[in-house]
Design a protein around this ligand. Structure first.
Ligand SMILES: [Zn+2]
Length: 153
């Protein structure tokens, strides 16, 4: 799946991990037909539930919103094969709890988020953003964006 914008083609940095819907992007997981547990990234061969022998899975879109479970600043450029923009810009990374799926998904926070302003439990939503570019493509990845305006308990 490709979305043409200007001269560059937007493609996922990792194929098949999320939808490319610009308004409502979603991570793609798998739900086991045997026991119902949801996994991300998708499981295609064996269920991660040791008590389950099913090998059949349905693709499911995960919740687009969750709550901050943990977060930190990354101030060091990750080594290859991770591809970083040059020059390297520090970014914030978050572990986000998806309530419905009972799982935690890691991801970068959108640019401009100061971790000093964040609190565990803050609501965030999934967005797509450019991870890096080459001459022809923009490589997209999911990021978490704080939802402002919601009163948190
Ligand atoms: Zn299972």
């Amino acid at each position: 799946m490709e979305i043409r914008v200007a001269a560059k083609t937007q493609v996922p940095a990792v194929e098949g991990w999320f939808t490319l819907d610009p308004d409502r992007p979603a991570l793609l997981g798998s739900r086991c037909r045997g026991c119902g547990i949801v996994c991300f990234p998708r499981e295609a061969s064996f269920c991660r539930n040791p008590a389950c022998t099913s090998r059949e899975f349905d693709e499911v879109e995960l919740s687009r919103t969750g709550r901050l479970w943990s977060f930190t600043d990354n101030r060091y450029q990750p080594p290859p094969p991770y591809v970083s923009p040059e020059p390297f810009e520090p970014y914030a990374i978050a572990a986000v709890e998806l309530e419905a799926e009972q799982m935690v998904v890691l991801g970068q926070l959108v640019d401009g988020v100061d971790v000093a302003d964040l609190h565990a439990g803050d609501p965030v939503e999934l967005v797509l953003d450019t991870l890096y570019r080459d001459d022809e493509h923009e490589y997209l990845v999911w990021k978490w964006r704080p939802i402002v305006g919601e009163v948190t308990a």
